[in-house]
Design a protein around this ligand. Structure first.
Ligand SMILES: CC(C)(COP(=O)(O)OP(=O)(O)OC[C@H]1O[C@@H](n2cnc3c(N)ncnc32)[C@H](O)[C@@H]1OP(=O)(O)O)[C@@H](O)C(=O)NCCC(=O)NCCS
Length: 136
């Protein structure tokens, strides 16, 4: 399967469709619609995509200062393309686009079912990370 990767902006409907297809929203009780997803993508300054025959099959949405830090906010791969290295490529290309592994610290808050994925990429659990999360 030929996958084309790019740094590009992605529309609300296309992003929402992929996130839904991927299973990204499973286990999330908060109601999220395409407008919410569009707002999140518009507010993020680095989006890396994977496309097969033009169809969006993978995406990383991240916020970075292009200097020291990159916060990965969403990762999703189409179920038909999962387990083929697309997620790994997307994270690697995001890291590169933000400034590279020798300069940029990459952060992610993992869903419970995705922790092994990040471990496989060489990411480590941080004992000193904090969040303030009163979101319903
Ligand atoms: C998590 C996700 C992004 C992984 O993408 P992917 O393209 O399937 O991942 P890759 O094929 O690049 O996998 C890289 C490695 O991680 C492993 N891996 C991927 N997902 C895994 C999972 N859920 N559990 C255990 N291992 C996993 C792969 O087996 C592979 O291991 P290998 O290097 O030993 O072969 C994808 O499964 C997905 O979109 N899931 C639904 C949305 C989601 O949960 N997003 C993350 C929210 S934090």
């Amino acid at each position: 399967m030929t996958i084309a990767y790019a740094v590009e902006r992605v529309g609300a409907e296309e992003a929402f469709d992929l996130l839904t297809r991927s299973g990204y929203f499973e286990g999330i009780t908060l109601k999220v619609d395409a407008a919410d997803v569009g707002q999140a993508f518009d507010g993020s300054n680095l989006v890396v995509t994977a496309r097969h025959d033009g169809l969006l099959v993978g995406v990383v949405r991240a916020l970075t200062d292009f200097s020291r830090h990159c916060f990965v906010a969403s990762v999703a791969v189409d179920p038909n393309c999962q387990g083929q290295g697309v997620g790994r490529q997307l994270i690697s290309r995001t890291h590169e686009a933000a400034g590279g592994a020798h300069r940029i610290v990459l952060f992610v808050h993992s869903a419970p079912w995705a922790t092994v994925f990040y471990e496989k990429l060489g990411m480590v659990r941080e004992p000193n990370s904090f969040s303030l999360n009163n979101v319903d």
